[in-house]
Design a protein around this ligand. Structure first.
Ligand SMILES: [Zn+2]
Length: 239
C-alpha cells in the first residue's frame, strides 16, 4: 500500500506481520466497515520466522490489510526476535502516533510466551505516554491517544470487555489465511503459530468461546488498564 498515508481513528500495532489479524482482525474489520479509518503498524518484518521471508511476508501483510479494510499498513523494520524497549525504538513509535493521531491504539497483552509480544506491549505503552508530553520535541507535536486496548495472542487472562465480531469473522479468517507462508496454502502444513500445532483451530475456538460468553457467534476480548465507562447499563442489560 503506497498511497499517501492519512490520519486514522485506530492504529493496530503488532510485533509480527500477522499479530493484529490473530488478536483483533474482527474488531479492525468491524470498525473499518463502520467507516472508521484503521492503520496497521508491524514493528518487525517477521524475518526470524521459520517460513517465508520479508518480501513474501510484506506481500501477505498488504493483502491481509486490504481484506480487513485498513487504509494503510506500514512496517518499522525493527529486529525480529530482538525487539528492545530502548529510547530509539520508543521514539519511532512516538513519531507514528503523533503523525497519524489515532483516538485508539491497540497492542498485544503484556504477558505472552513470545518475548517480542511482551516487548511490543511495553514499547507501545511507553510511546503512548511519551507522545503526549508537551515538552518532548517537537513541542508542538504533543498528542496522546485516548486509550490503549490490549488484544490477546497466546496467553489470555482477565479481560475488560468482549466485542461482537460475528459479522466480520469471515474477513478475519480470510486475512489470517492471506499469510500463506505461516498458515499454510496448497499442500503446506500450517506452522506451529502461537505455540500450538493447529493455530487456526486455536484462534477460532477461542473466538467462539469469547462470543459465547456474550451470547453471539464470535467475539474478541480486550484488556484496558482503566475502568470502562458505561453511559446507561439499561441499554445493555435492560429488558
Ligand atoms: Zn507474533
Amino acid at each position: 500500500m503506497t498511497k499517501k498515508l492519512e490520519n486514522v481513528d485506530i492504529i493496530a500495532f503488532g510485533a509480527h506481520p500477522d499479530d493484529v489479524e490473530i488478536g483483533a482482525g474482527g474488531f479492525l474489520a468491524k470498525e473499518a466497515a463502520l467507516g472508521y479509518k484503521v492503520g496497521i503498524v508491524d514493528l518487525t518484518r517477521g524475518e526470524m520466522g521459520s517460513r517465508g521471508n520479508p518480501e513474501i511476508r510484506a506481500d501477505e501483510a498488504d493483502r491481509a490489510a486490504k481484506i480487513l479494510g485498513a487504509v494503510w499498513r506500514q512496517n518499522l523494520a525493527m529486529p525480529d526476535g530482538s525487539l528492545t524497549v530502548d529510547e530509539e525504538s520508543i521514539m519511532k513509535v512516538v513519531r507514528v502516533i503523533r503523525k497519524y493521531k489515532p483516538s485508539i491504539i491497540i497492542t498485544p497483552y503484556w504477558d505472552d510466551r513470545h518475548p517480542d509480544h511482551v516487548r511490543t506491549s511495553q514499547l507501545i505503552t511507553e510511546a503512548h505516554f511519551k507522545a503526549g508530553l508537551k515538552k518532548l520535541e517537537p513541542i508542538d507535536g504533543a498528542y496522546r491517544p485516548n486509550i490503549i486496548l490490549h488484544y490477546f495472542l497466546n496467553k489470555m487472562e482477565n479481560y475488560s470487555f468482549i466485542v461482537d465480531v460475528s459479522k466480520n469473522y469471515p474477513q478475519k479468517m480470510e486475512a489470517i489465511s492471506a499469510h500463506e507462508s505461516q498458515f499454510g496454502a496448497a499442500g503446506l502444513k500450517p506452522l506451529a503459530v502461537l505455540g500450538v500445532k493447529a493455530p487456526l483451530q486455536f484462534i477460532e475456538s477461542r473466538d467462539k468461546f469469547q462470543g459465547a460468553q456474550i451470547g453471539v457467534a464470535y467475539g474478541e476480548a480486550f484488556w484496558v488498564r482503566t475502568p470502562v465507562p458505561i453511559d446507561d447499563p439499561m441499554k445493555i442489560w435492560g429488558a
